[in-house]
Design a protein around this ligand. Structure first.
Ligand code: NAD
Length: 280
């Protein structure tokens, strides 16, 4: 079927949004990577002011340039270098947005899957600790300072979205124990925060992506066809997900369209976690 550029919100290669996040200030961590960058693009396109945060300064500048190229009409896009495992840096990141009127949305998305993460016997303790510091403490710090900011600015609503993973829901025979445990913690802490803060109007949801075409996984798989097949075969569609397919779900959770969605594990996996036997 032919695609209609205008209907898709794309004209002359530049995509236009419909203002789904107009008036919102959003902070995105891991913004230089796959999901974070695609989310930054969608958020900017939909009218949000976006603070892109990442541990890598050069990657961040490249990512910001991409957002501004694709969304020349962006209201405001700024960057901040932040290691989410360091609370003082997370606090400074959130406070950066005070001058804009305080945050309305935070996407705690930065995470690592370390090459030396392994099974119960072989995962080095330092890799366990590093993974927990970034994937769990980083999300906690983001939630903590987001709640403080929402209260400080007297906001009556706010949306916090935390990136977990399908490995928090289904077991994997390809071990990455620290990563799996860290994502289970993200799901559990998000659920509790959703309930604790519901009457303040603050929603907390988590995103559970399936394996994706982003550097996090693809660099790790490299040219190893067998390793790749080991994962692809479990997708009913026969393919990995794309980062932008996650970003679309994050956009929904960030917008007021999801005003009654709270404490939800948003699984974006092409049906992978519902599959028993997949098509040949
Ligand atoms: P990615 O590697 O493309 O991007 C991650 C970004 O986080 C990078 O830009 C990196 O520089 C940044 N980062 C790493 N450590 C950081 C830190 N301490 N502080 C701040 N930033 C830091 O990965 P992605 O695929 O976009 O992953 C984003 C999130 O999605 C992660 O939490 C990941 O665990 C999760 N996830 C990914 C997949 C997948 O297959 N790619 C599947 C499920 C869940």
């Amino acid at each position: 079927m032919a695609t209609n550029g205008a209907a898709n919100g794309v004209a002359n290669g530049v995509a236009h949004g419909s203002g789904r996040l107009t008036g919102k200030n959003a902070v995105i961590t891991g913004a230089a990577g796959g999901i974070g960058l695609e989310t930054s693009i969608l958020f900017a396109r939909e009218g949000a002011s976006v603070l892109m945060a990442d541990i890598s300064a050069p990657a961040l500048e490249k990512a910001k340039a991409k957002v501004l190229t694709l969304v020349p009409s962006a209201k405001r896009v700024e960057t901040v270098v932040c290691d989410v495992s360091k609370e003082a840096q997370v606090q400074a990141m959130v406070e950066h947005v005070d001058a804009w009127g305080g945050l309305d949305v935070i996407f705690n998305n930065a995470g690592i899957m370390h090459a030396r993460d392994d099974d119960a016997v072989n995962t080095p303790e330092e890799i366990w600790d590093l993974t927990m510091d970034i994937n769990v403490k980083g999300v906690w710090y983001g939630c903590k300072h987001a709640v403080a900011s929402l209260r400080r600015h007297g906001k009556k609503k706010g949306s916090i979205i935390n990136t977990a993973s399908v490995v928090a829901l289904v077991g994997s025979a390809t071990p990455q124990l620290a990563y799996t445990a860290s994502k289970g913690a993200v799901l559990a802490l998000s659920r509790e925060l959703a309930i604790v803060h519901a009457r303040e109007g603050f929603r907390v949801n988590s995103l559970c992506p399936a394996p994706l075409n982003t550097p996090l996984l693809q660099d790790w798989l490299g040219d190893d066809a067998a390793k790749r097949h080991r994962r692809e075969v479990h997708f009913p569609s026969g393919r990995f997900g794309e980062a932008v397919e996650q970003a679309q779900a994050v956009l929904f959770l960030a917008s007021d369209e999801s005003s009654f969605v709270n404490g939800h594990d948003m699984v974006v996996d092409g049906g992978m976690t519902k599959a028993y036997v997949t098509p040949e």
